[in-house]
Design a binder for this molecule. Structure first.
Ligand code: NAD
Length: 503
């Protein structure tokens, strides 16, 4: 091992340019792209762009593995899935270090992610063996009429960079539990992490879970492939639209989880200290690269000034640096992402935004894609309030009352999550009932629960992950009718003459 390298860094070099096919790391013959640590700008490895032949081979293996998997008992599948969870938990330090080196988030968050992903495998291991359909009251006496739930076949999972292990876990756990195979196409920014995670999957039938790396073209080929059967996509709206279009050509069911632009409403009854801390967490977690980040703050005029001051204090106190050190905020995932955020801030300032803190690269850091947590005072019509920022930005807008806050919250093409801070029950009820989103959090920002469906509406997408709903994304119904004996039916030919129109 070269001097100064950790065992993981050595492993990443060895896995560079590989795919995970049929439970083995296989060198790809496709082109390679450097993987750069966004905290240090060092190249830590490469990911391969899988070739069409490699994709075809992965799909063929997946379909064979799926048949073996579905032939097992539900109990054996559940046990294998608990083993996945055990094994994922055993390697969270490794996968966490890998994720931090690859996309920058603080190690605490990377380490947490492995465990949270494992939790989804535990949950689905159990609910999948709970039921596999239902029996209906028969329409014909004495018969058995039922709906059986079957797997779709091979699922293509396309995941983004911000929570690669968690989002893969949500999709893979449900897909496997429903009896499918899955091929995951990671983000270009986090391929090595998902390859490393596969150490927890090699007890499964070879090819049941595979990692095929590459860019959009690899994702498109997998989606359009004649022998893949369902799609689970998480990412931006334009990519989601391209995926949904390709999936629709073959009528493949497609779970679409695209962008968010979540509102965060603050009412006077909420205790300011807790709100400011919750707001900072919701806006700056993972450098704001969370689909459910608080992206638009609508704050009641009575507490607006105090809130802006308190949030600014919180933002200034955050420690920025390499995610392997004791920090709260790492870099953004890439220089391209930081450039994009810089353009959003420049435009907001051009429109009259007041920068309370941040709005720049941290002066003390000379490498990496760092950007300071930023609090801005804005007007509701500024561009920054009408698109996803996906960066460490907290634009705050004054509102006169809850009516205005809810109206502004709903003035968006996106509808993933929404937050309200209030201790007034009537206000909480109104937010829950009136905000047009897939999720509403009252005083508990950004949390989730394996047992409750997660997803959005409007341009955020269609379908749900997690919960029983998440399992059904990856199953189809089969109508089954059974007569106990083969007897002729009085409804058959010949029809009685007396039933004729002119009889
Ligand atoms: P992205 O759309 O750039 O990429 C996501 C994935 O899609 C990557 O693997 C990418 O290679 C692939 N891809 C891109 N174009 C494609 C195409 N035409 N065909 C097939 N695959 C294609 O997104 P990103 O920058 O990695 O992630 C950030 C976005 O993800 C944000 O918009 C965020 O809100 C969204 N996101 C949504 C959720 C959710 O649950 N709704 C969760 C996390 C992230």
């Amino acid at each position: 091992m070269p001097a100064g390298q950790t065992p993981l860094q050595q492993t990443l070099r060895e896995r560079s340019g590989h795919l995970w096919i049929a439970n083995e790391y296989v060198a790809s013959s496709g082109q390679r792209t450097a993987v750069v640590n966004p905290a240090t700008d060092e190249t830590i490895g490469e990911f391969a762009h899988a070739t069409p032949a490699e994709i075809d081979a992965a799909v063929a293996v997946a379909n064979r593995a799926q048949r073996d998997w579905w032939a097992m008992s539900a109990l054996d599948r559940a046990n294998a899935m608990h083993q996945i969870a055990d094994r994922m938990l055993a390697i969270t330090r490794t996968t966490g270090e890998c994720l931090t080196r690859e996309m920058g988030k603080p190690f605490r968050e990377s380490n947490w992610e492995g465990g949270a992903s494992a939790s989804a495998f535990r949950y689905y291991a159990e609910i999948a063996r709970n039921e596999q359909g239902r029996i209906a009251g028969p329409a014909i006496a004495g018969q058995l009429h039922m709906v059986m739930k079957e797997p779709l076949g091979t699922i293509v999972s396309i995941v983004p960079f911000n929570f690669p292990m968690l989002l893969f876990g949500w999709q893979a756990a449900a897909a496997l539990a429903a009896g499918n195979a899955i091929i995951v196409k990671p983000s270009e920014l986090t391929s090595l992490t998902l390859l490393t995670l596969m150490e927890a999957f090699d007890h499964l039938p070879p090819g049941l879970v595979q990692v095929v790396t590459g860019g959009a073209e690899v994702g498109q080929r997998l989606v359009a492939h004649e022998h893949t059967h369902g799609i689970a996509f998480t990412g931006s709206v334009p990519a989601a639209q391209a995926v949904a279009r390709a999936a629709s050509e073959r009528f493949k069911p497609a779970l679409i989880e695209a962008s968010g632009n979540d509102p965060f409403i603050v009412m006077p009854s909420a205790p300011l200290d807790a709100v400011a801390r919750g707001a900072a967490f919701a806006a700056f977690l993972n450098c704001g690269q969370v689909c459910t980040s608080a992206e638009r703050f609508y704050v009641h005029t009575d507490i607006y000034d105090q809130f802006v001051a308190a949030l600014t204090e919180q933002a200034k106190a955050l420690r920025i640096g390499n995610g392997l050190d004791a920090v709260d905020i790492g870099p953004m995932a890439s220089h391209r992402e930081r450039d994009r955020v810089e353009r959003i801030v420049a435009r907001a300032v051009e429109q009259g935004a007041i920068v309370r803190t941040g709005g720049r690269r941290p002066p003390h850091v000379t490498t990496g894609a760092f950007y300071e947590p930023t609090v801005l005072e804005v007007q509701a019509n500024f561009d920054i309030m009408h698109g996803e920022c996906f960066g460490p930005l907290a634009p705050v807008c004054r509102v006169r009352d809850l009516d205005e806050a809810i109206a502004l919250a709903n003035a968006s093409d996106l509808g993933l999550g929404a937050n309200i801070y209030t201790e007034n029950l009537a206000e909480a009820f109104r937010a829950v009932n009136e905000i047009e989103s897939g999720i509403v959090w009252v005083n508990t920002p950004l949390n989730d629960n394996d047992a409750i469906p997660f997803g959005g509406r409007k341009f955020t997408g269609a379908g749900r992950e997690l919960g029983a709903e998440g399992l059904d994304q990856f199953r189809r119904s089969k109508m089954v009718m059974i007569a106990p004996t083969a007897q002729s039916d009085p409804e058959w030919f010949p029809y009685p003459d007396g039933d004729a129109f002119n009889a």
